[in-house]
Design a protein around this ligand. Sequence first.
Ligand code: PLP
Length: 389
Amino acid sequence: MPHFETEAIRLSSTKSNQREHSSPIYLTSSFTFESAEEARQMFADEIEGNIYSRYANPNTAELIQKVCAAEGTDDGVATASGMAAMFGSMAALLQQGDHILASRSLFGSTHQLLTKVFPKWGITSTYGDIADFQNWDKLVQPNTKMLFLETPSNPGLEIIDLEWAGKFAAAHDLILVVDNCFATPYLQQPAKWGAHIVTHSATKFIDGQGRVLGGLILGQQSLIDEVTYFARHTGPSMSPFNAWVLSKSLETLAVRMDRHCANALKLAEYFQDNKALEFVKYPFLPGHPQYDLAIKQMKAGGGIVTLTLKGGLSRVKNFIDNLQMLSITPNLGDSRSIVTHPASTTHSKLSEEERKKVGITDGLIRISVGLEHHEDIIQDIERALEKSK
Ligand SMILES: *Cc1c(COP(=O)(O)O)cnc(C)c1O
């Protein structure tokens, strides 16, 4: 099998009769048939082919083919956003009365899905804490169908043992879904450890330049068939244009991630003993509570670092306002370095109690380390820390 880098570049849609080198954008809502009979056969799934872009499109097909090669999954569905992927992976595979067991540290909107949206349809959930793995057996109910995990988690950077998760899901006959957004398929492949479904917000590192929204649901054929049916008829489709952007982005994912990770590690190392900080968290920093696990299942530590400032909320606001280069925005995984204060933005819909449980304190700052020169990123943060004293 060719390497990740090669497949991400060389897999492409079939060339058109224009013999283009780079895949074109198939910006078309539907596709034509040679005959009434061909139309009938395609709708009946007797022959394969493009019908309508809500169903499939050459650009989304190319993107899915590439990420599946990288993740080691059979097939997938591309969605309009990461949240459409999180929602679709659960809605397509669960029914009224089912129960989801999930890791407590989840992306803010995923938490809203589990606690507010799905209960409306009788699908309930329970959170497990990663410090308490030995007791997760007790959290499995007779109606538990799915184990939903995020690792590394946003923004706490908690690492979950994927080997353990794969075995746990198999032992309890659960569908294991892993949100692999923070790691990307370049750094970690959950399917290798037994995940049945892998989800992505492609908006983040896969796009990598803060341009488009996108989501992916990837996994075993039989499950993806159900997700495909669900997506075709409920319509969370990714636009061909976004799929084209994201497929092009995959060509540079490996080199970008190498630099994101190198910059993030340099930043984490530089600030780990800074007096203004309570602590610095990064999966590949030896002080990370699950450092050994991160090393075991990830190729590198990823592009996110969290800093916990001493001095509470006013210090945090002061720090953010004193940054000159870093952008204040909720996105992450961009070429531009970004600062986010989760407690007052991305995770503000959680109660204070819920935030406390997942370690999102008022002093916690999430840095999405970009591709600028590492010295410039460090200098901007150092200056803002000094000025905010
Ligand atoms: C951003 C994000 C999502 C949601 O993706 P969107 O593309 O913004 O809808 C889901 N999970 C994680 C871990 C994320 O960071």
